[in-house]
Design a protein around this ligand. Sequence first.
Ligand SMILES: [Zn+2]
Length: 324
Amino acid sequence: MSEVIVGVDLGGTNVKTAIVSRDKKILAKDSRPTNAEEGPEAVMDVMEQAIRELTASSGLTLSNVLAAGFGAPGPMNWQTGIVYSPPNLPGWKNVPLADAMKKRLGVPCYVDNDANVACYGEYWLGAGQGTESMAVLTLGTGVGGGVVVFGQLLRGIDGTAAELGHLKVQRDGRLCGCGSRGCLEAYASVTGMVRTAVEGLEAGKESSLRAACAGDWDALTGKMISDAAAQGDSFAQWVFKETATWLGLGIASIVNYQNPEKIVLCGGMIAAGEMLFQPVRETVRANAFEVPVNRCQIVAAGLGADSGVIGCAGCALARYESEH
Ligand SMILES: [Zn+2]
């Protein structure tokens, strides 16, 4: 009997599902709206239906499923599978996600936080394949972090480790979503990049972005900044370099602390290519020790937007195997 693992990446907007074979082949993939506003039971209905449909369309039944892994936004307890109260999942409060899905599907279910599964996906099947020590930074609205050491996720004693987005890069710096100041996330996320641009525009810097958002700074997006930079707008290019420099400072600390073989960057911002990577690498080289800098490759994600969903399956398999 063929044995497969199901991965489900539960986001505030979309639920992504994948079926992966034990020998790491992606057999099927699916993405559908989360319907988050309808609350936890409705969201679990969406996930259950996606899994049932995807297994059936692959010629499989749930009896072929060895385990299912769910990547959810934190805060959560990865060991009990309880999701506390993620800001982008309205109505969720202490939802026993692993137990509830196990009841629905009759297969072992595991829950991990979304940044950790993205990291594990890149380690298992993406740009980090073949390494023993690596870290992932996902650059989006925030900066998510994950760390693999000795081939395992670094979880910490309470399961809260690897919050790389909240490394401090500035004393008394920008206010971060976590309530603290000067976190990497406040500068190197897409939101942080937009904030850097708005600060410059408010200070009177000339740029095509000024006309593009017609004085309404809320209309400014990361995509507009990277497009303007690619078209030669020197202010937009400066914003990108500034963002990359903050990111490089954070990565320099990771390189010094962890001595990883690779640091993998995920998220829409990496589409900017060398415009992002070159100043990141320069900053890391200028701020970290030579031996770990020479060791560490800073690379783009290998699985694109699928790091999370593939990682959900990989994580579930690793946890299932450690229990059986
Ligand atoms: Zn923070």
